[in-house]
Design a protein around this ligand. Structure first.
Ligand SMILES: Nc1ncnc2c1ncn2[C@@H]1O[C@H](COP(=O)(O)OP(=O)(O)O)[C@@H](O)[C@H]1O
Ligand SMILES: [Mg+2]
Length: 246
């Protein structure tokens, strides 16, 4: 990105004002854009946008299909890099990190929950929840202990040995939530976490996400459902790759 591109980006004071006090900010997007190119076709999935996510925030993101919500979540979660602009996550300038360093920051800071759970179907719930700790080099005894605690915290028992695909959708999403929480992430990112669940199972998952927020975890949750969004402290709207307040 050039200095000119940065200058040309008009800051949205409403979105950045929360970051005037830098100490409060967990994630700051400054003119961040993400363009996808396939052949001659270019898709501006995210237009240059500003966003300040402060520690402890509970944000919902709504918007039509294709408006860029998942792209925003992937950029915030360091699964994807911006093609322009600056992203500061927990004090790290993401553009300056190597892929390896970025993965390390992601693993230390972020927990993800997806609409389709993304569990390993052939592994037990406990094994799924233990895996992030295995990758982090945590010893077996502590892995077991922390996986049990995480499963307890979502109302599931580590002793249950069912494979994920033998569980209901609500249970699978709670396993996925336990997996996201087992490393005590500072930022929980959820992409339509209740989108595949009936209302009762969705409500349970939503309550668990609210519990996390109350316990101090910063949460950003994508949803199509206005009633789900209403549970957050603030709703942001995405439209054609741009972000505004609801
Ligand atoms: N990997 C990709 N390659 C090319 N285009 C993509 C890719 N991911 C998303 N897009 C495009 O970017 C836009 C935003 O997509 P997405 O962030 O998935 O929107 P939403 O989650 O709001 O439905 C869409 O036009 C989509 O087709
Ligand atoms: Mg999406």
């Amino acid at each position: 990105m050039t200095a000119d591109a940065n200058k040309a980006h008009p800051h949205d004071p409403f979105l950045v004002e929360g970051c005037a006090d830098g100490a409060e900010a967990l994630a700051v997007l400054d003119g961040v854009a993400r363009t996808y190119r396939s052949g001659a076709v270019e898709v501006e999935a995210l237009k240059p946008l500003d966003l300040c996510v402060r520690r402890g925030d509970f944000l919902a993101v709504m918007g039509p299909s294709g408006s860029g919500k998942s792209t925003l979540l992937h950029v915030l979660g360091c699964l994807d890099r911006p093609t322009a602009g600056r992203y500061l996550l927990d004090g790290h300038d993401v553009a300056r990190l190597s892929d390896r360093e970025l993965a390390a920051v992601r693993n230390a800071v972020i927990g993800f929950v997806f609409q389709r759970f993304h569990l390993l179907a052939d592994e037990s719930a406990r094994r799924n929840v233990e895996l992030p700790l295995l990758y982090a080099g945590v010893a077996r005894g502590e892995r077991r202990q922390r996986a049990s605690e995480a499963l307890d915290s979502v109302g599931l028992s580590a002793r249950m040995t069912h494979r994920p695909n033998q569980r209901s959708g609500g249970e699978q999403q709670r396993v996925a939530l336990a997996r996201a929480l087992v490393k005590r992430p500072r930022l929980l990112l959820a992409d339509e976490p209740t989108g595949n669940l009936d209302s009762k199972a969705g409500e349970r998952v939503l309550q668990l996400i609210e519990d996390q927020s109350r316990a101090g975890t910063t949460v950003l949750m994508i949803t199509h459902d206005p009633e789900v969004a209403a549970r957050a402290e603030q709703t942001l709207l995405m439209r054609d790759g741009g972000l505004s307040r609801a």
